[in-house]
Design a protein around this ligand. Structure first.
Ligand code: ZN
Length: 511
């Protein structure tokens, strides 16, 4: 890496996209799902009246002493284990000193040189194969307390800003990746997978609107100029409040940095690290304050807190509480249920509740010897299309879905047996959703009866006689014209199995 390489405008103009590599590292703050704060007993519940969840400890009154919340430590270790991190047997607390109105203590308790979670990795992949499956290295994950919130007047009336200290002292896990991400899409995939893992292991609600998951990105470019690599100055992009914002901000920043470098030619050594914020309304990053160096925070060990020692036995006990991880479930669905990568992703991305539901449906179909070629695929089609659509429309969780996995499996078994077709099956499901989940009652209410073979023969005979024109077309080679006859048959008897009608008509006219 040559950081001081001088380039001429002509050299810079000649650079194309193929010469540019995007380098992205992420810092993700996750609010751990504890009842109380990291060093005091104040509630962490969201949405209370301002400054009603504070005490002398979290507001930093002289003479108070912080006491570590064991639960926060457990959740941090659990997260580290799910991210393949090395868990420290010895960790300590440091004061990160800075002045800001929403931090009355004048320092934040954090972890400087001995984080609870060391190096790890998270695997990203794309079901549509937009990029290759890769491990993104995690540098560390450390525990720290959150600061309060400054609420600025946005009415333009220049009223004084207000401070709400309810959030002060809430436990955060800061997860820092190495600069391993190479595109905005990869960054989005990393965040999506991270959120999924955190949800599966139940350590955070990951609600981005409420700030439970916050993300900053460190972005720069490596540019190849006549065989030499030049790095552009690193920019930290803040306020990435949604995955879409993260993806767009990184893509914007990549284009902006290339544009600026082509103009000024400045490399990483020529300019300090810059902080920019993402302006979602205008879809661009804007410059904010210069970034303090780590030294500016004057980290030193917190004299009020003792170091934390965790034995391997304790770490193993926490590991045993991790029941489900998305990567393992993906393998299971693909191997045990013969699902394709894309269908697997649709199910797994919905969380453990939907995965369990899907497995119940698929297991039912497999065990009931329904004769289906791929019961796993049939189950995934119905869960992905019918069940998830309902959950979306009703804005509810799988636990609220009125039809159980076993009941849906039973319904699909009846379709497989030929008792009624898919379209009629969807009517039955709608009936079950509306009037209680009883399958037989729904079938009865719709007046569905199994049509016996004699009835089918007679009905097909009638249709053939009444539609000689169409029959001639079919005999002339236009077999697809039979579709219109199936429609007529269904009008005469909605319970009739369309496949059987097709077979019977073709047989009767000797095709
Ligand atoms: Zn407190």
């Amino acid at each position: 890496m040559n950081q001081t390489l001088e380039t001429t405008p002509a050299q810079r103009d000649a650079v194309t996209d193929a010469d540019v590599t995007l380098i992205v590292g992420l810092e993700v703050h996750v609010q751990l799902d504890t009842q109380s704060k990291l060093f005091c007993n104040c509630s962490t519940a969201y949405g209370a009246d301002a400054n009603t969840q504070t005490c002398p400890v979290c507001t930093g009154m002289p003479g108070t002493l912080p006491v570590i919340n064991e639960r926060a430590l457990e959740l941090a270790i659990k997260t580290g284990l799910a991210l393949n991190c090395k868990i420290a047997n010895y960790t300590k607390w440091d004061r990160k000193n800075y002045f800001y109105p929403d931090l009355p203590k004048g320092y934040q308790i954090s972890q400087f040189d001995k984080p609870i979670c060391g190096e790890g990795h998270l695997t990203i992949s794309d079901a549509k194969a937009a990029f290759e499956t890769r491990d993104i290295q995690i540098e560390r994950a450390h525990l720290e307390e959150d600061a309060g919130k400054s609420i600025h007047d946005e009415t333009g009336a220049k009223k004084p800003s207000k401070i709400d200290l309810n959030r002060t002292g809430t436990p955060l896990l800061e997860i820092v990746t190495k600069p391993d991400l190479r595109s905005a899409e990869e960054a989005k995939a990393f965040l999506t997978e991270l959120k999924l893992i955190l949800t599966y292991i139940d350590v955070s609600d990951c609600n981005m609107q409420e700030g439970s998951l916050r993300c900053d990105g460190n972005v720069n470019l490596h540019i190849n100029v006549d065989g030499q690599k030049i790095a552009t100055p690193i920019v930290e992009v803040k306020n990435l409040n949604s995955f879409r914002a993260a993806e767009r901000a990184i893509a914007y920043e990549a284009a902006r940095q290339l544009r600026v470098w082509k103009k000024d030619g400045l490399g990483i050594a020529d300019a300090p690290k810059q902080t920019r914020g993402w302006d979602d309304a205008n879809q661009k990053t804007t410059k904010s304050r210069e970034k303090e160096d780590a030294a500016d925070y004057r980290y030193f060990p917190d004299p009020d807190l003792i170091a934390v020692e965790t034995t391997d036995q304790e770490i193993n006990a926490i590991a045993a509480t991790i029941e489900y991880l998305p990567a393992k479930l993906r393998t299971e669905l693909m191997e045990d249920y013969s699902l394709e990568a894309y269908d697997t992703e649709v199910i797994v991305s919905q969380g453990i509740g939907v995965v369990k539901y899907y497995k119940t449906v698929a297991d039912f179909l497999t065990k009931s010897a329904s004769g289906l070629k791929s019961p796993g695929k049939t189950a995934s089609n119905w869960v992905a299309q019918e069940v998830l659509r309902y959950l979306n429309e009703q804005n509810c969780e799988i636990g609220d879905y009125p039809v159980s996995g076993g009941q849906l499996g039973e319904l699909l078994g009846r379709i497989a047996k030929g008792d009624f077709d898919q379209t009629r099956g969807k009517d039955v499901l709608a009936q079950m959703l509306e009037n209680g989940a009883n399958l037989e009652a729904a079938v009865e209410k719709l007046g569905i009866k199994t049509v016996d073979a004699g009835e089918v023969e007679a009905l097909c005979q009638q249709i053939i006689e009444e539609n000689q024109g169409v029959i001639e077309q079919i005999k002339g080679g236009k077999v697809q014209a039979v579709g219109s006859l199936i429609g007529k048959a269904k009008k005469l008897n909605p319970n009739i199995n369309p496949n059987l009608v097709k077979e019977t008509i073709l047989k009767q006219i000797g095709i």
